[in-house]
Design a binder for this molecule. Sequence first.
Ligand code: PMP
Length: 427
Amino acid sequence: MNHTKSEQLHAEALEHIVGGVNSPSRSYKAVGGGAPVVMVRGKGAYFWDVDGNRYIDYLAAYGPIVTGHGHPHIAKAIAHAAETGVLFGTPTEHEIKFAKKLKEAIPTLDKVRFNNSGTEAVMTCVRVARAFTGRTKIIKFAGCYHGHFDQVLVAAGSGPATLGSPDSAGVPHAVATEVITVPFNNKEQFTLAMEKWGNDVAGILIEPIVGNFGIVEPHKGFLEHVHALAKEYGALTIHDEVITAFRFHYGAAHTMLGLTPDLVAMGKVIGGGLPIGAYGGRKEVMETVAPLGPAYQAGTMAGNPASMQAGIACLEVLQQPGIYEEMDRLGALLEEGILAASKKHNVTITLNRLKGAFAIYFTDVKVENYEQAENTDGEKFGRFFKLMLSQGINLAPSKYEAWFLTTEHTEADVEETLKAVDYAFSQ
Ligand code: PMP
């Protein structure tokens, strides 16, 4: 497969765009380097690069492209927005229609607010939790990603239930000490942290199903324990559903799990591919937000007509019967085929799957927390990634990023993918 034009463009990008990419996860640094493939066009489950190569897309833009590229229903909605005005800076009916649609699908949302990214949605939830409780500390879980604002770029301290330290240059130490990071799926560590800091904790921020070190489901009873202790100590539960909302069924993950978080952050899928974030939750908590309450959140582009109409159209597609069942069915075929190929070629992997999303880990350990995901073989994954790319299969360039199916993938795509996996493992 020839990548000459991608390589030339990447060299040019390096001259003008820091690192040649507009988000670090797009670089191939974690897979042994090289020029990231430059795409020009997408349709359905495929996209094409500048050199004319076609790929089956399992990146789905890190989640949002759940209906594939250029879905006609969403394209029509975006075209309508382009023709009738993409931004007014005033209320529109679209945002009311979309808010109602989200609330119908996710009954825990008494009130919602739209903004422009997952980062903004989570950032505001943290502020609202602090404003509502009058407390400052936040508990989060190792390996869960919540965007790039200061409070969530904090790593675990050096021992159990210690305060955090900055995970990025530029994050003040004072900010990091307001954040406590504990391992996912570890009741004991969470309990310890609450015993030590619980009365100062404003919010517990969690991905109810982790989508940021592959796909990791909570142990039975883990989230229930988190919710029970949050209640006992008067801290709010904040579910980061930026990846999970409308990924596994028509609604939120917490609905599937039977939980009632105080606040929910969303993004990705709900924008139909356009920039979006949204947060919502319990009425009393949401009424802390300006103009009703003292917690400020605003946005020039917030609730813009283009994102609203694309989002509504996307949910309309996802509402059709059988959509999630088909992604689950194809996911199961991929899981079965990949595991069979790993056996055939003696390649040690484990695989976590929930419906149309899964992750392959180069390890013999079932991954249930971040440490286990971190300890998988990145060098092997890097080789796998490049072999798959050479066969026209595009994955995220990270050893524990999820593969996402879309409504447009077919059984023929699965077969083509499994042939590529067989080849990659044989190498
Ligand atoms: N939360 C989660 C769970 C995410 O996966 C992401 C993005 N990967 C974010 C928040 C941040 O969203 P955005 O990139 O839209 O700011």
